[in-house]
Write a protein that binds this ligand. Structure first.
Ligand code: SF4
Ligand code: SF4
Length: 370
């Protein structure tokens, strides 16, 4: 695939797959529309208002990658969007000052919430230590080593809505007898939010500390539940002799079989875009669901609307996308199984019920769903 957008022949194959076009129905939101604007950039640059509108359009996109996947001319549209975002922010930083709070928070305390880095292992540890004896000893400090390092990421470290997933994750790590540590206060944001806005330098600074902690702990594997973190850990941290895995990959490798999940609800699987389309991890989540013996339906491989920073850059559009998806997939009486904390937040915000695959695993291991 090439990032040369000159190859676009305006066939329109990408248009119907774009969740933004689906939500808004206007050509300029579609991949073809944006590529056309790029192709006539010489003219656009003479029109400051249109140039500004184009820069905003670049951030009205979930970076789901569906357009890249279907492009008939093999244009690597995802790469184009990344490159153009970086250019837009560089060219007109004042138009993106709404991203300053996030940037400052990452620069000052290395998390997206502006919270004390020490708090990374406070909330969940307080909540879960009674359920999982010895969990406090699993928090990394200099000098401790383990086979596996668990990288929680900002969402899972700080948000109460992720607590059930964390409980299940730690329960299952204990269940399979893993020798593991959690990064805790030594974890920096993986850099993904900065990567999504084209700030490679800022992202690289965050990653450097994570790399040294993971390697100091002599970990052979780093495991995360977050596909965005996994993109960063696998592709951009330059880890040496450390395998970066999604938790579904890790548990699928560890468990040749699992107890059967006592299913009482209708289940549908939502494939996180960054997991299946960008990282290519499609088999392991389904392999676990098969081992668990669950009956589920596949949802259309579309976006939850939370990716590409859209939740922050245009929450209204982000809401429209998830609501349209919920209506189209008739999710009212369904529990959406997924494997991404960001998709989970998006589903919960629009009042859908959701479970991470690791919650099904933990439920099955203790003898059925609650
Ligand atoms: S990455 Fe997704 S949201 Fe963005 S233009 Fe392509 S299909 Fe549309
Ligand atoms: S599928 Fe590719 S070639 Fe066709 S309109 Fe979309 S970007 Fe252009």
């Amino acid at each position: 695939m090439s990032s040369s957008y000159d190859k676009c022949v305006r066939c329109g194959s990408c248009v119907k797959f774009c969740p933004l076009f689906d939500a808004v129905g206007e050509e300029q939101f579609s991949p073809r529309g944006k590529i056309y604007l790029l192709q006539i950039m010489d003219q656009i640059e003479d029109d400051p208002e249109l140039a500004k509108e184009f820069r905003q359009l670049l951030f009205q996109c979930t970076l789901c990658g569906r357009c890249s996947e279907v492009c008939s001319s093999d244009v690597d549209l995802l790469k184009v969007w990344h490159e153009q975002r970086a250019k837009a922010v560089e060219m007109a930083p004042e138009e993106f000052d709404y991203l300053d709070a996030l940037r400052n928070s990452l620069a000052n305390v290395a998390n997206i919430y502006g919270l004390d880095p020490e708090d990374r292992a406070i909330y969940w540890l307080d909540e879960l230590e009674d359920d999982i004896p010895g969990l406090g000893d699993r928090v990394y400090e200099k000098g401790k080593t383990a086979d596996t390092m668990v990288f929680l990421g900002c969402l899972m470290s700080f948000r109460g809505s992720q607590m059930d997933v964390l409980r299940s994750l730690f329960t299952m790590l204990e269940e399979v007898g893993e020798d593991y540590l959690v990064m805790g206060a030594e974890e920096n944001c993986c850099g993904h939010p900065l990567y999504l806005m084209g700030d490679e330098k800022g992202a690289a600074e965050l990653r450097q500390h994570n790399k040294s902690v993971i390697e100091d702990a002599q970990a052979k594997k780093v495991v995360t539940c977050c596909p965005g973190c996994l993109i960063q850990l696998r592709e951009y941290h330059n880890l040496e002799k450390v395998e970066a895995l999604h938790h579904t990959q890790f548990f699928d490798q560890k468990m040749a079989s699992t107890p059967i999940y006592e299913q009482t609800e209708e289940l549908a699987y939502h494939d996180p875009c960054e997991l299946h389309r960008i990282l290519g991890i499609k088999t392991e989540p389904r392999s676990l669901l098969k081992k668990l013996g669950v009956k589920y339906r596949e949802m259309e491989a579309s976006c939850c609307g939370g990716g590409g920073l859209l939740r922050m850059t245009d929450p209204g559009l982000s809401d429209i996308i998830i609501q349209a998806r919920a209506a189209k997939e008739k999710l009212k009486d369904t529990v959406v199984v997924t494997a991404c904390p960001s998709c989970r937040e998006q589903l919960l915000a629009s009042e859908n019920r959701t479970k991470d695959i690791v919650e099904l695993l933990a439920d099955a291991s203790k003898g059925g769903a609650e």
